[in-house]
Design a protein around this ligand. Structure first.
Ligand code: FE
Ligand code: FE
Length: 199
């Protein structure tokens, strides 16, 4: 049943995404599956969330804003200025409405894939990391190191990606979503606490 579902969604993504984004989507799907194998998460949930994470990426800004307005999805000031960032929120909405996904962990993994959040689930971390390291990515610094790290210690990879993302955005002077900083601070603190406890 789930295999058929995955096939159907893959087809739907091929139609609604441009070819570059579709390739990226497949990369996230199988990278997430590999990480799920490594860390003992549901492989099919990882594939499902990977396939759908950017499902709203190829809509226009106007379309994303109008979906939010029509369905009472809140838009922060930051998102109003950068409507492309709404693709995560709108994507999680479409996953529920159009693709009939009911698993809340899958929905949250789509919802939080761009900024993370404090207290992420294993699946949320897997999608966040897979989005950054999938084989089609080639622009970020330190990719080969982070790719290896992802399969050794997922939390370390997560922290490293957040740090590099913040550093990169600072260097370009681009506005940073406050949630990225909050997620980073949360996981930094968590790591400090863990090392104090001698873990
Ligand atoms: Fe995305
Ligand atoms: Fe993506």
């Amino acid at each position: 049943m789930r295999v058929i579902e995955l096939k159907k969604i893959r087809k739907a993504m091929e139609k609604s995404l441009d070819s570059k984004r579709y390739e990226h989507t497949l990369g996230v799907e199988y990278t997430a599956a590999a990480l799920a194998m490594r860390y003992g998460a549901s492989i099919q949930d990882a594939q499902l969330a990977g396939l759908l994470h950017d499902c709203a990426k190829c809509l226009s800004d106007e379309k994303r804003l109008s979906i939010c307005e029509k369905h009472n999805i809140s838009i922060s000031e930051y998102e109003r200025r950068n409507p492309s960032l709404l693709h995560a929120k709108v994507g999680s909405f479409l996953a529920m409405e159009e693709y009939e996904i009911t698993d809340s962990d899958v929905i949250h993994a789509i919802l939080n894939h761009t900024t993370g959040r404090p207290g992420m689930s294993l699946l949320e971390k897997i999608i966040f990391v897979a989005d950054y390291i999938e084989p089609g990515r080639d622009k970020a610094a330190n990719l080969s190191e982070i790719r290896q790290m992802a399969f050794v210690d997922l939390d370390n990879a997560l922290l490293r990606i957040l740090r590099d993302t913040l550093k990169y955005l600072e260097s370009t002077g681009e506005e940073t979503d406050p949630m990225t900083r909050r997620t980073y601070d949360y996981y930094c603190e968590l790591k400090e606490k863990e090392s104090e406890n001698g873990k």
